[in-house]
Each structure stands twice: as structure tokens, then as C-alpha cells.
Design a protein around this ligand. Sequence first.
Ligand code: GDP
Ligand code: MN
Length: 392
Amino acid sequence: MRLYEYEAKEVFRKFSIPVPVGFLATYPVEAREAASRIGRPVVLKAQILAGGRGKLGGIRSAKDSEDAEKVASILLSENIKGFEVKKILVEEKLDIAREVYLGLTIDTSYGSCVVMASSEGGVEIEDVAKETPVKIASMHVNPLSELRGYEARKLIKQIGLNGRELVGVGEILCKLHAVFKACDAELAEINPLIITEDNRLVAADAKLNIDDHSLYRQHEVDPFRPDRFESTLDIEGKRRGLNYVDLDGSVAVLGNGAGLTMALIDMIKLAGLQPACFLDTGGGASRERIRNAFELLMLKADSDPRMSSVLFNINLQITSAEEAAQGIADVFGTKNTRMLVAGVIHGTEAEKAVDLLRNTGIKLCTDAREAIEIIRQHSGQSSGGQSVGDSG
Ligand code: GDP
Ligand code: MN
């Protein structure tokens, strides 16, 4: 999960990596206040989850607070790389003497963390790697230890820094490594690290990507923040521990396993229908998990008038089908729905599952094709449903 620049800078601050004085703004007037608090020329930086903002007009400067308000109102109405700019970071404008690149990532082929530094800061490191690879110095770090000061300095020396700068940048690199480890990061980058005219070292940009599998123990970052997802249903899916992707068709698709669910989506499309969502319940099909999944689909049905049916396929090897059916009955036994619900449950004690769902109005089928045919006929009849061609 990628953090916003301002979030990454909050983390940097905790690890005493120097960052510019700055404030977050959602409205132009806040940018004005921020600039007047800073009391010097500022840069306004679009907070979007994409890099290369500099080249795309996402980084602008303003000479005073009045100017900052104007620039902010332009920036906040923009769309950069498909991202609406909803927040901007207003920071003191630094006078650049030199820009350096520092980065850490995981070298999977080597099985350890790799530290990189370059004298060519401020440009995309991929471009440096392509055009002048000699300008990137790198080394692996023992995954069981800290990055030592002398190791960091040895690397920084290779990019041509000496004296106080060498020591200072080396220290920052060690702190960046500490951030990388503490945050279970996949990538930590300062590009550029600015050496100012008055010899300060400041991380002007910050990039921090956290391994999704570690979010459970990264309590300080909140993966459920609404602005990380497109819809509230996506958030709800995450909260329930389900793999949910919101789509805009009419048939909600649920399967237990990503491969199975993808296959159902293909079948739906081949039948000339469009999926309303992808919902993979993931491992295990306990009553609770299945109930959770169908509840989510009912939330989707309540909020999206385009959705008219549910296709499910629950294929169990060991777990009892009856248990999964109980989860479904928990939802449909108590709630009337305008949805047509059709699908398949396979597994041990499937007969009991069929019995359980007999009076719920759910169309239980012997295979997915049959269920899709029922859905196809239904959507052909229902007004507003798309007309289905005679393709198979
Ligand atoms: P990115 O393009 O998304 O990586 O955004 P950055 O935060 O790296 O900003 C792009 C470029 O804007 C940097 O490489 C700098 O050259 C410039 N920049 C960023 N902050 C400042 C600043 O405080 N002062 C000056 N003069 N330039 C800055
Ligand atoms: Mn940058």
C-alpha cells in the first residue's frame, strides 16, 4: 500500500529525518493560512498516489499567501494522471544547491534489502538507471542487522559527497533504513534529498510503500481510510476480509476462490451480461464468512439500482455445504430482496444445503451454466435490463 507524500513525511518526522516545514490543505483558504504561517515563498504539492508530479504541473510555487490561495484553487480543480487533487501539501520553498537520490527496496533475487544512492536526484531513478547507470551506487544490507554508519558513508562516498555532507546524508540513509524495517516497507525513497544553499539537508519528497501483508501490524497507517478506495463497498469488503472489487454491471458474482470467481465473470460476459462486482470469499467457507459475503452483496443491491441479480458458485472440498448454506439462509431467511439469486453449492452434505435453502426463493442449480441461463432470461424480461443478443 502506497502512502501519500504527507503521510510518508509524518513517518519520516518520527524517525527524525528532516522534512520541510509544511501543512496540509483541502481548501484554497487553508493554503493561504499555511503560507502565511510559513511566512516565506512556498511550494504547493498535489497529494496524489502517483509520481512524476513535477513534470505534470502537480508541483507549483507561490511567492506569498495571496498567491498561494490562487495557485491552490487551480491545483485543487485539477486531475493529474486520473487522480482528482483533493489535498495539497504547502511547504517552505527550499533553495536548491544540489539534489540527491536515496532509496531502499527489496531485491527478491538476492533475498535482501538493497540500498541505492545517486547524485542525480530529482529525476526519475528509472531514467537514471537507463541512461547513466554508473551514477547509481547500490549495496545489499544484511536483513538481520541495521544499516551501519560506516556502510552508509561508504555508499554515499561513491556518489561524490565529502565532509559534512557525506556524514549528514549517511545519517539520513541509516534513518531511512530504520523506517524501511519498522514499517515493513517494500519501497522507501527520498527523491530529491535537497542540499540547500545554506547547507541544510531536507527530504523534499517522500515515498513509502508498505507490504499489504503487514498491514495487520502496521497500526499507524489506516488501510481503511475512505480516500484509499473508490467506493464505500470496497472499504466494506476489506473490513470483512473479503476480496471485493466493485464493477458497474447488473450481475453480482460470488465464488469461493479467485480462479473460480474469474471463471464465473468470464461466463457472465460470454452470456452477454455484465458483472456488478467480483467477490471472492477467499479461504474457508464458514457460516460467518458466507453470511458476511452475502450481506455485502445486499449492501451493494441497496446502493446500486443497476444490479438485478446474484450469481454464486460455492465449491467445497472438506467443509460441509450445509454450513455455507446456513450462512446464505442467515441473510435471505430474514430479508426480502428484489434480486434474483441463482447459483450452485457443491460439497459434502449438499442435499442438506438444498433442503435448507428450499424456501428462501434462491434458485439452486446443478451447474453454473444453468444458473447463468436463468439470470439471462430474467434480465431479458426485466425492464431496464440490457437486451441480450443471440450470441451464446
Ligand atoms: P515528484 O515529481 O512527484 O517526484 O515530486 P517531487 O516532490 O520530487 O518534486 C518534483 C521536483 O520539484 C523536485 O525534484 C524539485 O526539483 C522540485 N521541488 C520540490 N520541492 C521543492 C522546493 O521546496 N524548492 C524547490 N526549489 N524545488 C522543489
Ligand atoms: Mn520526487
